[in-house]
Design a protein around this ligand. Structure first.
Ligand code: AMP
Length: 410
């Protein structure tokens, strides 16, 4: 029997998201066997939600304490076993792990060994929130199936093709090198997947297509992709740089930090929390969910003006990046919107490209209003630049990369 299943794990500090896919059907949806999430790991109110897609059964939930990631994965294994999809199955080919920060070391998905684990650990200072949780996920999965290849798929890998002119900050080179300060970029699996799917939607080879990808979720980033290779992206050393996000400020004058320290008397940790957790849309208007912000604007009540201003600041920043990446690429074939906001919020798409007709960029109102889970074009027929909505699928991309690596090595 050929092993064709891949378990994809995305470990956060107190959560574990997973999907089991069968890669015989490399297009994904038909091959998705089970999906689920364990939340609030380490608390008394942990919750596991499991959906067995293969059997078409109802979602199942368990609540109650799940002490750590090991117990969480054990619980996931038990749920999968109930559907005849146990992790002890010989059909499981590999486990693919999302790892947020691969620094400059990892340009491709990589089979995990002790050296790889040590390098992911060495990168913790540049990804203090994410890499420790990712490491825990890998070690836990190794303990459960030591015989299986564990593959690390890095959020930063797709961006390692950026030229030095885009990746370097204009600061003292020796200092930058000593502390490994450069622009790494994140959401790489999404940008890779969406840029490729956009080329497919246009019926062209990725090598022939230049795309601006706008990944607009709670975290948000833009990238400029020339012929399938990333040449610039908006997130930097950390995911704080770039677009206005749900709770992150994105770009700001770094002197704001000195000012808050010197004049505001704030500590580094306080400023970190302010800029990562209490800024962006939530800082501007108290809501980070675009649905809520649109509702407030549409209802026009007393809390509408703050929501309007937050929306306008969000759109202004987005438009600046579209313009910047248009200039970086020189020729743009498509602009692709993806992730929670990009896939669902028609008013954001409309506002982001409003006034760009001179650049050959426009959306058709009726096409933009269509709600669908499918990749689709929303620009008027014959537009110089195609505008598309392309649902992202990071789990499928991780599974595809993991499976390709394992099959290649065998
Ligand atoms: P993600 O991080 O990709 O899961 O995106 C989550 C964000 O998508 C939420 O915080 C919402 O702001 C946004 N979102 C989800 N559904 C909608 C919708 N129907 N309309 C507008 N925004 C949405």
């Amino acid at each position: 029997m050929t092993a064709t299943r891949v378990l994809v794990l995305n470990s956060g500090s107190s959560s574990l998201k997973y999907q089991l896919l069968d890669m015989r059907d490399s297009t994904g949806a038909g091959g998705r066997l089970a999906v689920g999430l364990v939340e609030r790991i380490g608390e008394t109110t942990s919750r596991l939600k499991h959906t067995p897609l293969a059997t078409g059964g109802e979602s199942r939930e368990r609540t109650g304490p799940i002490a750590d990631h090991e117990a969480a994965l054990q619980a996931v294994a038990e749920e999968l076993a109930k559907d005849g999809l146990g992790l002890d199955s010989p059909e499981l080919a590999a486990i693919g792990h999302r790892v947020v920060h691969g620094g400059q070391s990892f340009t491709e998905p990589t089979v995990v060994d002790e050296t790889v684990l040590a390098e992911i650990e060495r990168l913790i200072p540049v990804a203090p929130l994410h890499n420790p949780a990712n490491l825990t996920g890998i070690r836990t999965a190794q303990a459960l199936r030591p015989d299986l290849p564990q593959v690390a798929v890095f959020d930063t890998a797709f961006h390692t093709t950026m030229p030095e002119s885009a990746a370097r900050y204009a600061i003292d080179v020796a200092t930058a090198d000593e502390y490994r300060i450069r622009r790494y970029g994140f959401h790489g699996t999404s940008h890779a997947y969406v840029s490729r799917e956009t080329a497919r939607l246009l019926g062209r080879a990725p090598e022939d297509v230049n795309v601006i990808v706008l990944h607009l979720g709670n975290g948000a980033s833009a990238s400029a992709v020339r012929g399938g290779r990333c040449v610039d992206t908006s997130m930097g050393l950390t995911p704080l740089e770039g677009l206005v996000m749900g709770t992150r400020s994105g770009d700001l004058d770094p002197a704001v930090i000195f000012h808050l320290t010197r004049v505001g008397g704030m500590s580094t940790d306080e400023i970190d929390t302010l800029l990562n957790k209490k800024s962006g849309l939530i800082g501007l208007c108290g809501d980070n969910d675009m649905r809520e912000i649109r509702r407030r604007i549409d209802e026009g009540g007393a809390d509408a003006p703050a929501a309007r201003l937050a929306f306008d600041i969000y759109i202004h920043r987005l438009k600046k990046y579209i313009g910047a990446y248009y200039a970086v690429l020189g020729r743009v074939d498509a602009i692709a919107f993806t992730a929670g906001v990009g896939e669902n919020a028609a008013p954001v798409r409309e506002a982001a490209v409003a006034g760009l007709e001179g650049l050959g960029v426009a959306v058709d109102g009726a096409l933009n209003a269509v709600r669908s889970q499918e990749a689709r074009l929303i620009s008027p027929t014959g537009s110089r630049v195609a505008v598309a909505v392309v649902p992202t699928d990071e789990e499928l991309e991780i599974a595809t990369q993991t499976y390709a690596l394992v099959v290649r090595d065998n």
